[in-house]
Design a protein. Structure first.
Length: 450
């Protein structure tokens, strides 16, 4: 197989976002759009990935090189069109022999299978492979002009199109595959003699046809190729991603009672036979295993939920939460960097941070792991089968032994031995008749003042 490289275009100004953050760093599914394109390039096996950036976005350079390594960006200055942008990556790809895929940094939802088909078109003898879609409103998109055999003859930009060409609804997504040597050879012939005065990448199709080469299209759904130019389009891309992910997960055996109210991150993994109630949000880094129930209004991020565990309603799992098999995390319970053992329960109103809860332990309502002294964080360990009475504060670092009991309302500052009972609260005293005497005395005091 040919080696593969990707060129990701991200040198556009993105002014319509009205943002101090470069456009391609805005997130879809909790991940910057640029990283979607990088992930895609990696998924289809690109050994070299070059991001074309503007000199005005140093944070973009930093972001891209943090993920792709030093030298993985090429600067386009000034931006003179998509063809010029691709040419800017020529030096960075010097010596590369193989197939190149051109992606945009602002088009996050391209399926890997579509890119794979474009590479296959090249392997099948096409000079250029272009990803197209049927547009509901073709508007400003470039039109794909095909011949009788269905092969691609040219891409015509809307501004340069004739009325007949404008009537075409088969549009250019911008994603294109070409062998490296041919790509840069054809690009050197592209001029800016057009309405926009730009060097169009799309012109290489007509140039390849002039040489007698064949160009092919691959078709995908419009919702998968939406580009993002504004906040409204960002929200639209997010909605498209969420829709697609919900459909995928349901087809893989996940039940959602109101799927339109459940939100996933780009990397959320939900195994089959998980049930998700309405209004649940998944941040990045969550894996939920078979048989688990995620109840309404829960928020999960960086968390693992094991088989048959039950989360919520109204639970919050933060990074490092690991909820063991059959464990229960109930309403208004927050878990952070804590392993909760199999069968353990924290059913109401608790904070479990920087801890470890043993198998079948019971954490009573209102329990707090006091993990922070304003400077450092400390660990709380609760043993297997331990029972923490309601409204207890476990002041870390502290360990509660296996099978131990902590009396309700305790402030526990020292370790508790296995199977012991620890009570850390004032002893209850009772004064018979005190309330009556108090009331009589106070009433007299009040009457004397009048
Ligand atoms: C381009 C295509 C059009 C296609 C559409 C799909 C060309 C000439 N036109 O049009 O056929 O239907 O995308 O969305 O290719 N960029 C640079 N440097 C530049 C110009 C652009 O890096 O000098 C980057 C942008 O950041 C963006 C991408 O290239 O990620 C596309 O640029 P844009 O200006 O949006 O292209 P369109 O005019 O929309
Ligand atoms: Ca665009």
């Amino acid at each position: 197989m040919m080696e593969r490289a990707a060129i990701i275009l991200a040198a556009g100004q993105g002014t319509r976002m009205k943002s101090s953050l470069p456009k391609v760093l805005h997130k879809v599914g909790g991940q910057p759009m640029l990283d979607w394109s990088i992930d895609l390039a990696r998924k289809v096996g690109c050994s070299k990935i070059i991001t074309v950036i503007s000199p005005n976005t140093p944070e973009l350079k930093e972001h891209a090189e943090a993920s792709l390594g030093h030298g993985a960006t090429a600067v386009q200055d000034p931006p003179l069109g998509t063809g010029h942008a691709v040419r800017s990556a020529e030096k960075a790809l010097k010596g590369f022999v193989g197939d190149v895929i051109v992606l945009y940094g602002d088009t996050p939802l391209i399926p890997a299978s579509a890119v794979e088909s474009l590479f296959e078109a090249l392997e099948g003898g096409a000079a250029v492979g272009v990803l197209g879609f049927r547009a509901a409103a073709p508007g400003a998109y470039g039109r794909l002009v095909t011949g009788k055999d269905g092969d691609l003859e040219a891409i015509v930009e809307a501004k340069d199109a004739s009325p007949d060409e404008l009537a075409i609804d088969f549009c250019n997504s911008g994603v294109m595959a070409v062998r490296a040597e041919r790509l840069f050879r054809l690009l050197s012939k592209v001029t800016n003699d057009n309405q926009k005065g730009e060097y169009y990448l799309t012109d290489i199709v007509a140039l390849a046809r002039k040489e007698g080469s064949t160009c092919r299209t691959v078709t995908c759904e419009e919702r998968d190729v939406q580009g993002v130019n504004s906040r409204k389009e960002l929200a639209k891309a997010e909605a498209a991603f969420q829709d697609r992910r919900r459909d995928e997960l349901m087809s893989e055996g996940v039940t959602m009672i109101a799927p339109e109210t459940v939100f996933f991150a780009h990397d959320t993994i939900i195994d089959n036979d998980v049930v998700i109630e309405p209004n649940v949000v998944f941040g990045p880094g969550v894996h939920v295993r078979s048989g688990a129930l995620i109840r309404a209004f829960s928020h999960l991020e960086g968390a693992n939920v094991e088989e048959n565990a039950e989360i919520g309603p109204y639970a919050r799992l933060r990074p490092g939460a690991f909820i063991g098999e059959g464990a229960k995390i109930g309403n208004f319970v927050e878990v952070k960097k804590t392993r909760v053992g199999p069968g353990a329960k924290a059913n109401h109103l608790a904070y479990l941070g920087d801890g470890d809860v043993g198998a079948n332990a019971n954490i009573g309502a209102g329990t707090i792991f006091c993990n922070y002294d304003g400077f450092l964080k400390y660990q709380t360990r609760v043993g297997d089968n331990a029972f923490i009475g309601s409204n207890s504060a476990l002041v870390a670092p502290v360990r509660i032994g296996n099978g131990a009991y902590v009396g309700s309302g305790s402030v526990i500052v020292e370790n508790v031995s296995e199977n012991a009972l620890a009570i850390g609260r004032g002893r209850q005293v009772e004064k018979p008749g005190w309330a009556d005497e108090f009331r009589t005395k106070k009433a007299a005091e009040k009457a004397a003042r009048k």
